[in-house]
Structures are given as C-alpha cells and as structure tokens.
Design a protein. Structure first.
Lengths: 623, 313
C-alpha cells in the first residue's frame, strides 16, 4: 500500500458537523451544572383563585414577617415559585405558608433547577431524576375488578327485581350466581319465558342463557364489562388526581398501567403515612332537595339552619340550604359524562343511574318540578396527628355542595344537568360525580419510598463512582496507548457529555441503576477505541506505514464495532421492553450510551487523530 | 506499563477445547445443581414482602431493634446492619391476608420511633411489594432474557452463520448460568437490579464473542490455507489483546462501582464482575469450540453471492 499524505484527512464540513454535535451536547448538558434549589410552589386550589402579582406581594410580606430568607419569588403560568437557600428553610416556610394561606391554595415542595432563566426559556432542563435519587414515594395500585363486576351485578339484581315486578312475572328468587351473572329461579316455565322476553326487551345489554329448566341466567356482555372496567379505572385515577393536589406535590405522576393498575409517583413526599391516608380517603355524593322556604343568607349569618334543613357551602364559599332528607346517594350513579346540551347548546353533564336509583329519583322529583336540587360531595378522611407525643388517628368528613340546579322534569334513569357556566365547569362536575359514584375497591400492591437524605447519598455515590471510573479508565488508556489513549479519553469525556445531553433533552428518568448504566457504558465505550488501536498496532506490525495503519485500523475495526454494539443494543432494548421503574432507567442509559459511544469513539476520535496526525509525514507511530 | 506480550502469541487454544468443555460442563452442572438444591436467595422484588431501611442518629445494636419490633408484633422481622452500625435494614416476609400490608412500613417506623433511643430514627428507604407483583417480575425477567437471547441469535445468524450463532448462544447461556449459579451458590440476594446486570452480561458476553467471530469470518475469507481449527486459533490469538484489554477496562469500571457506588449497587457489581470474567473465557473457548464441534468450514463463511465471481488469491 502506498502512503498518501492525504489519507487521514477529513473534509472541513466533517469537522464542522462534529463541532456542531459537540456544541449541541454542551448546551443541552449545561443546565445540569447548576444544581437545584429547594423551593415551594404555590398554585390556586380552584380555577377562580388567582395567583398574580398581588398574591406574590402578599406571600413576600408573609415570608418577611416570619423572617424566612428566600432567594427569589417567580411567577410563572399561574404558579408562584419561591426558592430557598436550604431545605430546612424550605420545609419551615411550606408549613407556615400552608397554615396562613388556608385551603384555597396548594402549597407544594419542589426542587427547582437553578439554571439561569435564559436556559430555561430555551427549554433546556437538567436530567429528570428518578424517585430513588430525589426521594419520594412510588405506589402501584390495583383496582379490584372482580369486586367491581360484583357491585355491578348486585345493582342488576335490584334492577331485575323491579323489572319483573313491573311485568308481573312470578319468580321464586333473584340473586348473584356463584359462577358470575345474575340467576333468576321460577316456579314454572311459562313464567320464565314471559320474564325472559320482558328482560330481553328492557335490559337488552344482558345476555341470557338457561342453566336449568326453571332458571334464567343473565350475564354482562364483553363490551359492557370492558366499559365498566375502564370506568372503574378512570374513576380511581380521577379521584387520586384530586387527592394528590391536596398533598402538595409539585410534579406528581398518576398513570394507568396495564388494564387494572395505576402508578402514583409523588416526588419529595416524605410522610408516607399521610400520603396513604389522603389517597385512601373515600368520597360519596348525596342528592338533596333545596330548602325553598328559608333565606339561605340569613341562615348563614346566624349560623343556624332551620329544623328540617342543613346548611352547606358551595365551592365558592356561598351558603346553601338543603333539606335534611337524602333523596339519593352516589352509589346509584352508573355514569356521568360532560357534553353539550342538544337544546340550548350550552355545556351539560349527563348522569346515568341504576334501576333502584332511577326509581328513587322519579319518586323524589315528580312532585317537585320547578324546585331546586343540590348535590353534596362528601369526603371521608383520616388524619394522624401527634398529640402529646402519641400518634392519634382521627376521622373527619368534608362536605361541599358541587351543584344546585332547578328540576325541570320528572327525572329518571338518565338526566342532564345544564345551566353550567363553562365546559370546564361541566367537566369538573362530571369528574366529581364520577368520583362520588360507588367506588371500586383499590389496594396498594407495591410501594417504594426513598428518604431525601438517602436520595442525595445515592446521587453523590453514583456520580463519585462515575467520576472515579472515568479517571481510572483515562489513566489506564493513557499508559497503554500513550497519545492515542488521551484521544480515547477525550472521546470518552465527549461521550459522557453527549449522553447527559441526550438524557436531558429526552427528559428520560435518571435512576441509580441508570447511573450504573453510564458507568458500564464508559467501560464498554472504550472498547471501540481498543479495537481500533489494537488493529492499528497489528497493521504496523504487518509493516504498514503509520498513515496507512491508522487508516486501515479505523476502517477494518468498524464492522466489528458495529456488530458488537448492535448485539448489546438488542439486549438493552429487551431490557427496556420488559423492565419496570429503575431497571428501565438502566436500559435507557445503556441504549443511549451505546449510540453516543459509537459516534464519539468512531467519528469523534477519528477526527482528533486526523487533526493531529493527518496530512503529516510520520516516521514512527506510538500506539 | 510497557507492553504485555500478547502480540504474536500463538497459543493453541482449541487444543484444550475438550478440557475446556469438561470444565465448563462441570461448572455448569454445579451451578444448575445449586439452583435446584439451594435455589436462589430471591430479593423482595420477587418474593414480595416489606423492606425498611432506617438510620439512627447513633450506633444501634441489632438485638435492641429486634426486641422493639417483637414487642410491636413484628416477631417475624429479620434485622441486620446495612453499611454502617447506624443503618438498620428490616425485612418482613409477606403476610397472608393483604389488609394492612401497605401500612406496615409506617407501623414499623412508628414502633421504632416510640421505643427508647429511637427519637431520631429516620426512614431512608421503604419498599413493599405485593405477591402478585413479584410473580409478574419473575415472568417479565425471564421473558426479557429469552427475548434478548432470541434477538441476538437471529442477528448473529443473519450476520454470520448458524453454527457461529449457536456457539454464541452457547457461550451466552453459559455466562448467564454461571452468574446466576454464583448467586445461588453463595446465596447472594438476587433482586431486580441484579436481573438487569444479568441482562447486561448477556449483552456484554455477546459483544465480546462477536469480536472474535468477526475475526474468524475475516480470516476464513482471507486465508486459503489452514484447517478450521488453525484459523480459529489464529483469530483468537489475534484478538486476544483486545479481548483482555476491553474486559480489563470494563472490569475496572465495575469494580469502581462496587467500591464507590454504595451498598445498593453491590449485587449489580458482583453480577457484572462475575459475568465479565466468565464472558471473557467463554468468548475465547465456548463459542468457537461449539462451532467447531458443529463442523464449521471455510465454505460456510464465504460471501454467498460473490462466491463464484471472487477469484482473488
């Protein structure tokens, strides 16, 4: 082979391209250098509560009054962020602010990136830390679908009884069958056939079969079961979302996982007992007729309700007087959805009741057309407080009127609530109605809590390990390959920068196993350089000139590098597909690390080698 | 450091392939035997149950903690120090009748805080895994391993040849069994992060093997003379310094992780260290020896389309 001097030179645009990629990497990795400030984030509990400049001044005054030194206040998108110099002040301030601001505001702990504003304005954020690194709670909850279906079948038992009575069909018994479904027993076949026909007409969604000569079984169809399961899941997600707001968590994650599970991640939450109490609260609804005879405001000023009424407040704090007698409870609600009223075109909520509920609604409303009806949302909560050093559990309920509307008609199985101010209000009301419907039982099947100091320790140890590994590899590579070892180290450093940049850009969750993935990638990333350098040595030993050896080394090693990296990538992708939580974090860093290392070790180090050795006459080459 | 004399080595690796096979089979039998007899010391992720890690402001003796827990009704709890004498790890096996399982960690912490000398106890970590979740994780882990093996098998078959693919899989299965057997034999806790490490070992082991295979293919195509065994030997010798260098560097980074990454990373690091060491051995011996036993020859690796056109000497 000849030795052209031009052998190891890149065209200028290749250097430019590599330069641009590195610039991109440096910019995206930059926010990670600044660390994070402990912060408190305040937002309005409801849509009509403003967090504005006036509020900011009020909070600033509160902080000053208690001599709570803070770095600065930032108003952003309806939220107020207060940064503190340390965690102690942050916790103290959060407690005080919670106390002073009351229930109208949500006060949440947060870690805010302290990168300068212009970086954040450009959409540049540091890596998103997983719960094992920032501390917090992870719950996996499972909705008990068997119980859900049971509840639905129970409600059908009542419904079927009502139907059969209306049709005057004689039956012996109605009950849930052990094998699922509702089973009706009859005294003779004629009655059974009559009943079957009537039920086929009125409850067309149920499938019928005849397990015995005198019995009839009704089961839910597959699509209906799917729908009910979905409803149960969505209902629980909605309820959990509402609850989490109350906990004061800055970046909660509440997500469906699979067909019957919900993941709840609450970064920064330490008091897991309290979190469980709040998440475990149950809600119900009551429909009551309004008290039309007494003055609501007068009752509110005296604080005393007339004898047959109860005094409530609505979500804006206005008084509402409702009758003591409960017309209907939330258990009867089968569905609630927001939509548009056909007649007026305004926002509406469509409510569906079960058979028993429909009957009670009809009876309750037929003599009261033109009068008003209120819906009360009731939450049952428990709270554990330290009283004289002893932990005490107390149960309490919170009641709130979520809607008052005029009864226009005799209401039955399906009715709608109109006269709402906005589609948002309709949506909120539908959510609350669903939340108050008979809840599907839910249980925590997995919990992972990491304390804040443990999280910090994990980060510190992880990064220390990564830094030491980088150093050890650098020393070793330099001893072994001299200048080329330095080039490999530079490529490795570039790889780490690109990896951090990619993780920051994708906002993929960085976990402790994820850091292990970074460390492992560093070891494996130098492999490409080792392959190349060993190849160059081999070519030199075969008597090739330095330039030709460099060229052939890079060229021939490439196939091997591609093969070996792709196979590792296959394993990493499998790990991503099947892994959960922290392990997924490992798969992510490993996969990205493989890709970035191919770039830095092959293209990046080649560029450096070309810059240093290319286009020169080399007598000797030390590899 | 100078040069270690790995160049121009001419070790007849495959002469000892019988010995290597006997050794590997013996070791694997021990591994499988241990798995059958001793089983795995499965971690919380797979068994379900509760683990709580607490930190005392002062060194704390384990018997005292045990006593406190027994009084509070946690007689079945296992207690040990974790890292330092201030850190205590408490394990509670899964209890029948779900019920309060989810609040267990809070009850335990509460019991410890109420006891004498427990005022400053803080919670470092608490994990509760329900039995159904553990079962799923076992299944998913197995599926991931099988999926990875199948994917790699297909890739190597596509890029190389089926005998080499089988050899690669044999080497990889060897490494996985060895690593898992190690955890069984020494009863080191096997949790989710260790499973991740085992999957990483699969990736690493194949990576290592593929480099040797690549050279085998290259040499088969380049050299006209020599038996399959000779060419394989040559290829292993030529890649030997790389194999050892890379394994050494990766090993270094994992060892650093073992010593500086914190106790949480111990299981992961041990799995990787074991995996890398056997992975290096298996990429030298198992993969090529298996292919050789399967009767690989030069013709199998010549590019098929160009076979007739390529007349270069």
């Amino acid at each position: 082979m000849s030795t052209p001097y031009t052998l190891n030179q890149y065209p200028w645009w290749k250097y430019l391209l590599i330069g641009l990629v590195m610039l991109w990497g440096l910019i995206f990795a930059l926010p990670n250098l600044f660390g994070e400030d402990p912060a408190v984030q305040i937002s309005g509990a409801r849509a009509n509560i403003a967090v504005d400049a006036a509020f900011q001044n009020r909070v600033a005054a509160l902080l000053d009054a208690d001599k709570l030194s803070h770095k600065r206040l930032e108003l952003d998108d309806g939220r107020l962020l207060i940064r503190f110099p340390d965690t102690e002040l942050q916790l103290k301030a959060a407690d005080i602010l919670k106390d002073r601001l009351g229930r109208d505001y949500i006060v949440a702990l947060n870690l805010a990136s302290s990168a300068p504003g212009f970086l954040r304005a450009m959409g540049l954020n540091p890596m998103y830390l997983g719960l094992d690194l920032r501390g917090g709670v992870h719950f996996l909850m499972q909705v008990d679908m068997d119980a859900t279906i049971k509840q639905i079948e129970d409600s059908y038992v009542d419904e079927i009884r009502v139907q059969l009575r209306n049709e005057k069909a004689q039956y012996a018994s109605v009950g849930r069958a052990a094998s699922g479904g509702v089973q009706v027993e009859f005294k003779d076949e004629a009655e059974r056939d009559k009943a079957a026909q009537a039920l086929r007409k009125n409850l067309a969604n149920l499938q019928q079969d005849e397990p015995g000569p005198l019995s009839l079984r009704l089961t839910l169809g597959e699509p209906e079961i799917r729908e009910k399961r979905d409803f149960a899941l969505q209902q629980n997600i909605t309820t959990l979302r509402n609850r989490v707001n109350e906990l004061g968590v800055a970046e909660p994650i509440i997500q469906q996982q699979g067909s019957d599970r919900i993941v709840v991640q609450l970064p920064g939450v330490q008091d897991t007992a309290r979190a469980k109490e709040i998440l475990g609260a149950t809600a119900t609804l009551e429909f009551r007729l309004a008290d039309e005879e007494n003055d609501w405001n007068q009752a509110a000023t005296t604080g005393r309700a007339p004898i047959n009424s109860r005094l409530y407040k609505d979500r804006d704090g206005q008084p509402v007087l409702l009758q003591k007698r409960v017309m209907l409870t939330g258990d009867s609600i089968v569905d609630a959805a927001s939509g548009i009223d056909q007649q007026s075109g305004g926002p509406a909520v469509y409510v569906t009741l079960d058979g028993k509920g429909a009957k009670r609604m009809e009876d309750g409303t037929k003599g009261n057309i033109g009068k008003r009806m209120g819906v009360v949302f009731i939450e049952n909560k428990t709270e554990t407080k330290r009283v004289d050093g002893e932990l005490k559990k107390t149960a309490y309920t919170v009641e709130e009127v979520i809607n008052v509307a005029t009864i226009r008609d005799r209401l039955g199985r399906r009715f709608q609530i109109t006269g709402l101010d906005s589609t948002r209000e309709a949506r909120d009301l539908a959510l609350l109605l669903r939340a108050g419907a008979l809840a599907s039982p839910i249980e925590i099947i997995e919990e992972r809590t990491v304390g804040p100091s443990a999280g910090k320790e994990n980060i510190a140890q992880g990064f220390r390990a990564a830094a030491i590994a980088l150093l050890v590899i650098a020393v070793f590579m330099t001893l072994r390959y001299k200048y080329f070892g330095l080039i490999a180290t530079a490529a490795l450093a570039a790889n780490v920068v690109l990896l951090i940049a990619a993780l920051s850009m994708l906002q993929a969750t960085l976990t402790l196993p994820g850091i292990a993935g970074i460390v492992l990638t560093m070891g494996m990333a130098v492999d490409a350089n080792v392959l190349i350098y060993e190849r160059i040595r081999e070519e030199l030993r075969n008597g090739n000139s330095p330039q030709a050896a460099i060229h052939a080394g890079f060229d021939r090693a490439f196939d091997t590098i591609l093969d070996s990296n792709l196979t590792t990538l296959i394993a990493a992708i499998m790990l991503f597909g099947f892994g959960t939580g922290p392990v997924k974090g490992f798969a992510v860093t490993l996969s990205i690390g493989i890709l970035t290392s191919m770039f830095t070790a092959v293209v990046g180090s080649r560029a450096l080698v070309n810059l240093i050795y290319g286009g020169r006459k080399l007598q000797k080459l030390t590899v | 450091m100078g040069r270690f004399s790995l160049y121009n080595t001419n070790i007849d690796f495959l002469r000892w392939r019988k010995l290597a096979m006997i050794w590997s089979v013996t070791v694997l039998l021990i591994a499988v035997g241990s798995l059958l007899v001793r089983g795995m010391s499965l971690g919380l992720d797979f068994t379900g149950g509760t683990v709580i890690e607490v930190q005392y402001p002062q060194p704390m003796e384990i018997p005292k903690v045990r006593e406190t827990l027994a009084k509070a009704g946690f007689g079945d709890a296992q207690t040990q120090h974790f890292g330092t004498s201030r850190d205590v790890l408490i394990r509670i096996p899964p209890r029948g009748g779900q019920g309060n399982a989810a609040t267990l960690s809070n009850d335990v912490l509460h019991a410890l805080q109420s006891a004498k000398g427990g005022a400053g106890v803080t919670l470092a970590r608490a994990e509760f895994v329900g039995p159904q979740v553990g079962q799923e994780l076992v299944e998913q882990g197995g599926l991931a391993a099988l999926g990875a093996l199948a994917g790699i098998l297909l890739y190597v078959m596509f890029r190389f040849e089926w005998r080499l693919a089988v050899g690669t899989i044999a080497a990889t299965v060897h490494d996985v069994l060895f690593t898992v057997g190690w955890f069984s034999l020494f009863q080191i806790e096997f949790d989710l992060t260790v499973l991740a490490a085992v999957l990483a070992v699969i990736g690493y082991s194949v990576n290592d093997t593929v480099v040797v295979l690549d050279r085998i293919r290259e040499n088969f195509r380049k050299r006209r003379k020599g038996s399959a065994q000779e060419i394989m030997n040559l290829s292993i010798n030529e890649t030997l310094s790389r194999t050892i260098m890379t394994s050494f560097v990766t090993l270094l980074s994992v060892i650093v992780m073992y010593f500086f990454g914190g106790v949480v990373m111990h299981g992961f690091s041990v799995a990787m260290i074991v995996g890398i060491v056997v992975g290096t051995y298996s990429s030298i011996y198992i993969a090529s020896a298996t292919a050789l036993y399967l009767g690989i020859s030069r013709e199998d690796l010549l590019p098929r389309a160009k076979e007739t056109a390529d007349d270069r000497p």
